[in-house]
Design a protein around this ligand. Sequence first.
Ligand code: MLT
Length: 407
Amino acid sequence: MIKINEHYLKLQSSYLFSEIAKRVSAFQAAHPGRKIIKLGIGDVTRPLPEACIEAFHKAVDEMASIRTFRGYGPEQGYDFLREKIAEEDFRARGATIAADEIFISDGAKCDTGNIQEIFAVDSRIAIPDPVYPVYLDTNVMAGRTGAFADGRYDGIVYLESTRANAFVPEPPEVPVDLIYLCFPNNPTGATITKPQLRAWVDYARENQALILFDAAYEAFLRDDSLPRSIYEIEGAEEVALEFRSYSKTAGFTGTRCAYTVVPKSCMAYTANGEKRSLHALWNRRHTTKFNGVSYPVQRAAEAVYSKEGKAQVRASIDYYLVNAALIRKEMTALGYECIGGDNSPYIWVDGRTDSWAFFDMLLEKAGVVCTPGAGFGRCGKGYIRISAFNNHENVEEAIERIKQALS
Ligand code: MLT
């Protein structure tokens, strides 16, 4: 008899963004003529930067010629891209990351979801609340939690991010082994300072713990005093892995390219307390289960680092940040307390009511899709997340409609 992995039965009915898509489709079917403005899932609307498109086309042409065609590439990614990343994203900011410590992949969602399988099932996990659901759900699937009750899984140490701590949790009192952090944060849009991040690195060093640092929204940072990488903090390369993505940075949500940094000095332990290199483990996992990102996509990602690419990426992010500033200003003017939206594409709005009810009301009365905060965890109850990923005209129209709906 084939048996299922019963840990899946502990999961909540559906993945947050699938549930939202279902409700939006039902609403659209019931109101076929109604224009819906989506400020829910963080999906980009601007096209790929011109520099990326040019590199992409050129690489596709190379695939059309017998002289330049390429089959399987290195699972870890082509050197041309890994070298660029190490230089531009890390060494240029004083972080000593080498090209062979970078693993190119098809998404930070996949990497943050897959990484947990190289750690022991009985690892004590610390997860922020609210949180990007992937970190939590993948640990539930792996059997690291008990049952779900009252908005929480048994066995998880929740790091509450609330108004009281300005949405930046401090290291817990209890010892934990694996810590998920995401800054600029999804969903709250909060950012972390270097001293705050240093406290986490110190905690991890003292407790032989590991930090999984998701920096997928790093390109939205405009405050230069804020860390773009955890490796800007001394000693972090021994206790942290970092996840980056071209999805939000350069519009690759449909094109798929990301990377994970696994420094060679980063260790974890066997049951007997012997040190083992995480780099070797992740390399083993990656080469066994993944066959690399396509060559044209990696060439397109490489172009992000060209002079033109950098300027185009910056202009695109600035475009979304204009939307973010408008959303935050107008929601604040309507009397809602907001955070995020300055160094982040997300605005976290205290709706002061049930967040699914707020979501349904905005959909029905304004035809605007947001994301209910409760879907990100118990501390998200009462909040909604509004995304700045859309064009200016749609965001302006959405704001006008929201104003009318709330008046
Ligand atoms: C979000 O809206 O939180 C993100 O788009 C989801 C993702 O990147 O997978």
